[in-house]
Design a protein around this ligand. Structure first.
Ligand SMILES: Cc1cc2nc3c(=O)[nH]c(=O)nc-3n(C[C@H](O)[C@H](O)[C@H](O)COP(=O)(O)OP(=O)(O)OC[C@H]3O[C@@H](n4cnc5c(N)ncnc54)[C@H](O)[C@@H]3O)c2cc1C
Length: 432
């Protein structure tokens, strides 16, 4: 573990009590999905019984999932100032990048030499994307990549596009969204010569959802004219053209452009245990193995599917465990992953819901919302909170976000939603 520089400032917060008693001072690292879900949940369940601080290098929370659709006119990625979110949660914002944790001393050291003391630490620093294939574009939700690709397609300099999904921990939905949105873009403009191929290491598209949804996605891709090569590992041959070689049993083919889903690795933080890819090993309550007082949630943890909704659910397990330690909850629920995905298709979106456990019922798939608010990142506290923010910006009144049941008059004849909607934010906390 790196030694603290002499300039390191100490004791912004009082010394910690011994775990696992109540954690008065909770420090959250990272203001993304899991970090914000954690702040919202802790403030809701613990009220004034907890002091919250957020250490982050970001000025804003960027709602990435809708960025893929933005250049295609299928949604807009919203940006939310971190200062505003933290103020809503009553959390102090500490600007910086966490570089090391001293688990024994309960301190975090930043790149700038600041040192912060915590009772409980929640590491929610996400994952860092890396390009898996040379000469490929990395599938990146920032406008530059998508607009660059579209400009090439519109100019006719790119007619054959391969979208590559390698093996590894990631969230594959954006790759299929890009294929479908690009196909719809070409169809609407009469670009008959546009060829899109998805090369995936999966046995079938989105096969983690089970055979029927996977087949439905395959059918949709085929219907959109997207070619699919499954169970393949792509390599790019260097040369004048880009040749995609997919391994035994698959014919190589030439393309003008390759877009690769990034490989993800966790940001390195000294002093914390890390497995392959730097991901943190956690138990079902988000406790980092071998690091008392430290929790982790989100894409930085050793979890095979890197998804915002799952990140929020992991954060919920951390929130409940901290509420349990504070005596505010009797039975903290462990992380029981339920995948909720909203696929942008170029036409109406498709909603999928699937419990990721053995013996789970088959995935539900529908052309209407299966949960409410129908957010792409379906977090118990985050989704209602952001919906309220967006509604507020649009001048609509909205009840405050909380983790308790919301009353929705589903019998109202004018209610334009299906009756069996799952309402996010409805798991009632059990207070002793
Ligand atoms: C194109 C695209 C589409 C997606 N679509 C969906 C979707 O439809 N549905 C869905 O559920 N998920 C989707 N995802 C995945 C989702 O965005 C991520 O799984 C989710 O953001 C992970 O949440 P997180 O809190 O772990 O990390 P992040 O949201 O990435 O937040 C991590 C935060 O930590 C900060 N940080 C990093 N290192 C440090 C440090 N050392 N110190 C302090 N702060 C640090 C970062 O700046 C960042 O603010 C999509 C992702 C992409 C790229």
């Amino acid at each position: 573990m790196r030694a603290a520089p002499a300039t390191g400032r100490l004791a912004r917060m009082p010394a910690p009590p011994s775990a696992p008693g109540p954690a008065r001072h909770v420090l959250v690292l990272g203001g993304g999905v899991a970090g914000i879900e954690c702040l919202l949940g802790l403030r809701d369940l613990l009220g004034a019984a907890v002091d919250l601080a957020l250490l982050t290098d970001a000025e804003e929370f960027w709602y990435r999932p809708l960025a893929i659709g933005e250049p295609f006119g299928a949604g807009a990625a919203t940006h939310h100032p971190i200062a505003r979110i933290a103020a809503d949660c009553g959390a102090a914002v500490l600007h910086g990048v966490a570089e090391a944790v001293d688990v024994g001393a309960h301190t975090v050291l930043t790149r700038d030499g600041e040192r912060y003391v915590y009772d409980a630490l929640v590491v929610a620093v996400g994952a860092v994307p890396h390009l898996p294939l040379g000469r490929a574009m990395m599938l990146d939700p920032r406008p530059a990549m998508l607009e660059g690709l579209l400009a090439e397609v519109d100019a006719g300099t790119t007619r054959r596009v391969a979208i590559v999904i390698s093996d590894g921990p990631h969230w594959v939905l954006p790759a299929y969204e890009l294929a479908l949105l690009l196909a719809a873009h070409g169809r609407d403009r009469g670009m008959d010569e546009l060829e899109i191929t998805v090369v995936t290491a999966e046995a079938g598209p989105l096969d983690l959802l089970g055979p029927e949804p996977s087949q439905a996605v395959a059918d949709r891709l085929r219907g959109a004219g997207v070619r699919l090569v499954c169970g393949a590992t792509a390599e790019l041959q260097e040369g004048r053209r880009i040749r995609v070689v997919c391994g035994a049993g698959h014919e190589p083919f030439d393309v003008d452009q390759v877009v690769a889903l990034p490989e993800l690795r966790a940001p390195a933080i000294d002093g914390l245990p890390a497995g392959p890819g730097g991901f943190l090993p956690v138990d079902a309550h988000g406790r980092v193995e071998g690091a008392p007082g430290v929790y982790a949630a989100g894409d930085c943890t050793a979890r095979p599917v890197k998804q915002g909704g799952l990140s929020a659910q992991q954060a919920d397990a951390v929130v409940e465990h901290l509420a349990f330690r504070a005596g505010a909850l009797e039975d903290p629920q462990p992380y029981r992953p339920v995948l909720r995905g909203r696929l942008l298709t170029g036409d109406a979106p498709v909603y999928v819901r699937h419990e990721l456990r053995s013996g789970a019922p088959p995935a539900e798939m529908a052309g209407h919302a299966l949960w409410w608010p129908p957010a792409k990142i379906a977090g118990r506290w985050l989704a209602p909170y952001l919906q309220a923010r967006d509604d507020g910006a649009a001048g609509l009144a909205h009840p405050p976000a909380h983790g308790r049941p919301i009353e929705v008059p589903l019998d109202a004849p004018q209610m334009p939603v299906p009756r069996h909607l799952e309402l996010l934010g409805t798991e009632p906390p059990v207070r002793p």
